[in-house]
Design a protein around this ligand. Structure first.
Ligand code: CUA
Length: 327
């Protein structure tokens, strides 16, 4: 279960633990604006209440017929707040430029966003559905979206950037603390937007080398390989494999193998190798009944080799014999 912020902040009322180079800058400016606002809000409200009481309409009281001026007071309350907002703009602009200007010699990761999963490709060609990065190294993300507008957000890093279809967007940060952090999509992108979440793992250099090694390998055994790809390629975000009938945005395959399944068009199709293969490469060709609505699945054509599709089929086939959930 994800309780978003509430479970992350035993000691710090508003923010999850900070773990990147941007944290001091962002948190400082946030709290500065917060306290400046409080420092103005409280005296202004007190003065307002006092004046409402002092100049209230009452028998025998007559207010001044014209507006009175106090030039020194008016200059003061114009110049001081102006200086403050200019300072806030300045600090914000400096912070924005620091986030935008990407240093040289970064660890690069390709980020692919799609409804509704994140996929990360590493420098050695390996990939995974979690973002693993080395601690205290500058990391650059080269991000693209396959379909709609998504937004990449790691609250603990105070790092957020839109991922726009049809172009690359970039961001960078330097993780400063080993650990596991949340990664969210923070732009509404359809039915399962709230499920478009994964983890960031910040590790030591040795651990990172090991991770890269693992990310490039796929097990020999087709079933193990299919199981891994099912997670790595994001199938699992929409198609629940664990339980028959546990349907997410897409149907569960558990228990479907070898049966005939109803289609949106009113006809039926045998759930076999050819149907699975066709549905991976051309998902909208034969839509399952009840799944004809908006947000269709994207094609995986060009993203999966034939042996990988074989492995996925082996995995889906293995679900045929899963025991039904205990009553
Ligand atoms: Cu992707 Cu919201």
């Amino acid at each position: 279960m994800h309780f978003l912020l509430a479970d992350k902040v035993p000691d710090y009322a508003w923010f999850p633990t900070g773990a990147s180079n941007f944290v001091p800058q962002v948190d400082f400016l946030f709290w500065a604006i917060m306290w400046i606002s409080a420092a103005f809000f409280i005296p202004i409200v007190i003065a307002m209440g006092y004046f409402m009481w002092k100049y209230r309409d009452r028998p025998g009281y007559r207010g001044s017929p014209e507006a009175l001026h106090n030039t020194p007071l008016e200059i003061t309350w114009t110049v001081i707040p102006t200086a403050i907002v200019v300072w806030i703009f300045w600090e914000g602009a400096v912070g924005y430029l620091d986030m935008t200007r990407i240093p040289k010699g970064t660890v690069d990761v390709q980020v692919n966003a799609k409804k509704w999963a994140w996929n990360f490709k590493y420098s050695n060609g390996g990939e995974d559905s979690i973002l693993c990065i080395p601690v205290n190294k500058d990391v650059k993300l080269i991000m693209r979206s396959e379909d709609v507008l998504h937004s990449f957000y790691i609250p603990s890093f105070r790092a957020k950037r839109d991922v726009v279809p049809g172009r690359y967007s970039y961001m960078w940060f330097r993780p400063t603390k080993e650990g596991i952090y949340d990664l969210f999509c923070t732009e509404y992108c359809g039915d399962n937007h709230s499920g478009m979440i994964t983890k960031v793992q910040v590790v030591s250099d040795e651990e990172y080398a090991k991770f890269l090694e693992k990310a490039i390998r796929e097990p020999e055994d087709p079933l193990e390989r299919g199981k891994l790809l099912y997670k790595r390629k994001g199938c699992a975000t929409c198609h629940n494999a664990a339980k028959e009938g546990a349907n997410g945005p897409g149907p569960s395959y558990n228990g479907s193998w070898g049966k005939t399944v109803p289609l949106e068009s009113g006809s039926e199709v045998a759930f076999d190798e050819n149907y699975v293969r066709e549905s991976i490469l051309n998902p909208t060709a034969k839509k399952r009944k009840g799944y004809g609505a908006a947000s269709p699945m994207n094609s995986y054509a060009g993203q999966l080799k034939d042996e990988q599709i074989d492995a996925l089929i082996t995995f889906i086939k293995s679900l045929e014999n899963e025991a039904p959930p205990a009553k």
